[in-house]
Write a protein that binds this ligand. Structure first.
Ligand code: SAJ
Length: 415
């Protein structure tokens, strides 16, 4: 069986590799020549555990190759990004363009699957008509389904196989056909439903997480006001069997959780009160961090070492990263900033990245914004000897400081 995957990003590329290793003949399509060229050499352009090996193997076995244009296949999977515009409205142009791009290659009995995150009703109202205009009877001579991805960056290859999968078909036959496609490698349960249900399920999963993170971020502000250790409160509350408070931090980033709730708000603004507030709370966290940094380091003519720019630990992705927002605010305040991030690629950001030692030399504060593993066992000795003042403000609560010559602050012990 052959598969054409449109979009070789964080989802499309691992998906293509997994299908290839399950025996499919996979063509990956991307408009970026660098990505296509790299893939054909068995190399990848993103950081993801185990992915380079999987791609290398699939390419060497002739099961996976990439090109700039789509081609004929039994099945098509669209996994292109859906960014949001500045007014927080979903931009589904790439999904529409990708759908139109595969039109000339569609044959009878093809299965077409959209994996990109989309606002509710997009498949029924926007995608189905594109095929109908070409004369296809969607659900009868071609099959269309919405199958959102649910994998966690850092664990994508494992979760692609292990997680259960929601398959929303335009009709039952389409759902069944798409479910058969995933059955070739998915070990989790494959649940079939309608397209609108699947669209809403996907958005609600990420919204659930956003709202929960907002709750603990708000708790941090409340505890700050009342002089209570928020981290202790979270730790003890989570001993209750039905409580699962999330981790507070400098805000919520990434291309999913910080974005998807807006896809719901856009369609039902008056009803999405809690969801809108949660977005606002999480978006306010970079300013909260700055407020605290100003207390720790009142003189802006001072060097601060920022640790971590990606949106979460052990990841190279800076999209919607709260750390980037904090960095910009620090620069606006006038601080001298040095950034250390062992995962982020220099070509993704404007600010120059430095080494650990360069970043801390003469600095008066280390501001930890991402929980990379490298930060968990940084040398306390180097900190004491190289920094002007050995102070750490750890917004991720990821560093355990043993030497009491270092002043350590986190969301439980705020400046
Ligand atoms: N974060 C917190 N506190 C927490 C958990 C996360 O502040 O307790 C922050 C992270 O630091 C990060 C952001 O939230 O900035 C999002 O990180 P994440 O690890 O929660 O999620 P993503 O964006 O990497 O992946 C999510 C996952 N969704 C859920 O867990 C419900 C993943 O399963 C989805 O497939 C993915 O979004 C997606 O593509 O939609």
């Amino acid at each position: 069986k052959s598969l054409c995957v449109i979009g070789l990003g964080y989802i499309g590329l691992p998906t293509a590799a997994i299908f290839a290793s399950a025996g499919w003949d996979v063509i990956g399509v991307d408009i970026n020549p660098m990505i296509v060229e790299k893939l054909n050499q068995g190399k990848i352009h993103i950081e993801e555990t185990g992915l380079e090996d999987a791609v290398q193997k699939a390419v060497a076995q002739g099961k996976l190759r990439a090109q700039l244009e789509p081609t004929n296949a039994d099945c098509f999977i669209i996994a292109v990004p859906t960014p949001i515009n500045s007014d927080n409205i979903a931009n589904i142009d790439y999904v529409l363009q990708a759908t139109k791009a595969i039109l000339p290659f569609i044959k009878q009995d093809n299965v077409i699957i959209i994996e990109s995150t989309i606002p509710p009703r997009t498949i029924d109202d926007k995608i189905v008509p594109i095929f109908q205009e070409e004369g296809w009877r969607v659900g009868e001579n071609i099959y269309l389904a919405y199958c959102p991805e649910r994998v966690l960056p850092g664990r994508i290859l494992t979760e692609l196989v292990e997680n259960s999968r929601i398959v929303g078909g335009v009709n039952e036959h389409s759902a069944q056909k798409a479910a058969d496609v995933y059955k070739t490698f998915v070990k989790g349960t494959i649940l079939t439903t309608t397209t609108v249900n699947a669209e809403m399920v996907k958005l609600m999963e990420n919204t659930y997480r956003d709202v929960n993170i907002a709750l603990v971020n708000e708790l941090v502000k409340i505890c700050d006001h009342l002089h209570i250790d928020a981290l202790e409160v979270i730790k003890f509350a989570n001993f209750h069997p039905r409580v699962n408070l999330h981790l507070p931090g400098p805000g919520v980033g990434g291309h999913c959780i910080a974005v998807d709730p807006y896809f719901i708000i856009e369609k039902a603004p008056n009803q999405s009160v809690l969801i809108s507030n949660a977005r606002e709370i999480n978006n306010s966290m970079p300013s909260f961090v700055i407020e605290k940094v100003k207390k720790l380091v009142p003189n802006v003519n001072t060097k601060i070492a920022v640790f971590g720019l990606s949106y979460k630990g052990n990841n190279d992705d800076v999209r919607e990263s709260p750390a980037v927002s904090v960095l910009k605010l620090l620069q606006l305040e006038g601080y001298h900033i040095a950034v250390y991030d062992p995962h982020v690629n220099q070509n993704q950001i404007e600010t120059k990245l430095t080494s650990f030692e360069e970043a801390i030399t003469d600095a008066e504060c280390i501001l930890v914004l991402t929980d990379h593993n490298e930060f968990k066992d940084i040398s306390e000795n180097r900190i004491i000897h190289l920094m002007k003042k050995p102070v750490i403000f750890d917004t991720r609560n990821c560093i355990e400081v043993k030497d009491n010559r270092i002043s350590y602050f986190n969301y439980g012990k705020l400046p």
